[in-house]
Design a protein around this ligand. Structure first.
Ligand code: KG4
Ligand code: ZN
Length: 340
């Protein structure tokens, strides 16, 4: 078996995931999603920690088994150190530390946001996919973050702009909740929007100077819109697709506006999307169209590497392994991990 072989564990939010990377190729990506949160309309941190505890042994076991690797053959154990939910992070970190200690293998801590971006460098055996060249711009959009980052090399990341309030994933999820759709709402809005008219309802978008974002205004705009139609009991049901399409269209417009602005300002033509919201069909299409219009080289991760997954943690860990960036067993997870 080729080296290095690394086991990576992701447990920052509501997916328990484990992956094996061998000599830079991701061999598998096992994900146990937590259904328990659906009935609460959002992730319940304590329930997430408990579900991680329940899932982690079998998830790691599956990853090792699928790769036909014995734990003694591993060269390092990697885990998500943050940002994320503290209790959830602790489960992955403790498990990884326990394995590293028992097997006497080095430990690698990974920043979850950096890993979302490095998902663009994931290669699987027998596959060769074009990778972004440095420097590139990455729009990382998830349930907890909205960031425009200038990626100078594997280790040097400059955040050019970020949300001042809600993340765009939250704007999707909270809107879905208002519309009576299940959690997580992003994929439901995405699906319904496909048959709706994106220009039907004029939701107001925020105008924040510079490269920062704000999504609280459009969320309030939807809330007032629904209140104004509350007397008509069937209004939402009858116009659901158009509401989803119009709301989503404005979110996409806000994301694209700032990306365009950053590309111009920093004269960058290599632009990437990352994070759970990058799975959105209309956004992927619009981003590709904008890319063609502005002569960008665009990069969109495969669906399974957009939402939380351990393959991206494994990729980041592989790069850190090559650079000799190992963590001490005394390390602890950091809910607001800033360092890359
Ligand atoms: O990256 P991710 O899995 O977890 C975090 O690090 O937060 O992102 C989760 C977010 C959720 O807000 C979810 O609604 C959103 O990604 N999402 C989508 C789609 N798939 C997932 N949003 C819009 N359209 C989608 N297809
Ligand atoms: Zn994430």
């Amino acid at each position: 078996m080729e080296h290095p072989i690394i086991l990576a564990i992701e447990s920052s939010c509501d997916e328990t995931s484990a992956a094996i990377i061998a000599n830079g190729k991701v061999l598998n990506n096992i994900i146990a999603s937590q259904e328990v949160h659906a009935k609460y309309g959002g992730v319940v941190p304590e329930l997430a920690s408990r579900a991680h505890q329940k899932n982690i042994v079998s998830t790691v076991h599956q990853a090792l088994e699928a790769a036909h690797i014995k734990s003694e053959s591993l060269d390092a154990i990697a885990f998500t150190a943050g940002p994320g939910l503290m209790g959830a992070l602790l489960v992955g970190a403790s498990f990884a530390k326990g394995m590293a200690l028992a097997l006497k293998k080095p430990l690698i801590e990974v920043n979850h946001m950096q890993a979302h971006i490095l998902a663009h460098f994931i290669q699987t055996p027998g596959e060769s996919k074009p990778e972004p060249s440095f420097p590139f711009l990455c729009l990382t959009i998830s349930g907890g973050h909205t960031q425009l980052t200038l990626v100078k090399d594997f280790q040097t990341f400059e955040i050019l702009g970020q949300t001042l309030d809600d993340a765009v994933g939250e704007a999707f999820d909270k809107a879905a909740k208002m519309l009576g759709l299940p959690y997580p709402g992003g994929p439901h809005i995405d699906k319904l929007a496909k048959t709706g008219n994106p220009k039907r309802f004029p939701f107001s978008k925020s105008d924040i100077p510079g490269l920062n974002f704000s999504f609280s205004g459009i969320k309030t705009s939807l809330l007032y819109f629904l209140r104004n139609h509350a007397t008509d009991k069937n209004f939402v049901e009858q116009h659901l697709a158009d509401i989803c399409a119009s709301y989503q269209d404005k979110l996409i417009a806000m994301l694209m506006e700032k990306t365009l602005q950053a590309a111009k300002q920093f004269k960058i033509a290599h632009i990437a999307l990352a994070g759970g919201v990058a799975a959105n069909a209309a956004l992927r299409q619009r981003f590709t169209e904008e890319g063609k219009k502005h002569n960008w080289q665009t990069y969109i991760p495969a669906f399974e590497y957009c939402t939380d997954n351990a393959a991206m943690i494994a990729m980041a860990a592989h790069i850190k392994y090559q650079q000799g960036l190992f963590a001490d067993l005394t390390t602890t997870p950091k809910a607001n991990f800033q360092e890359f």
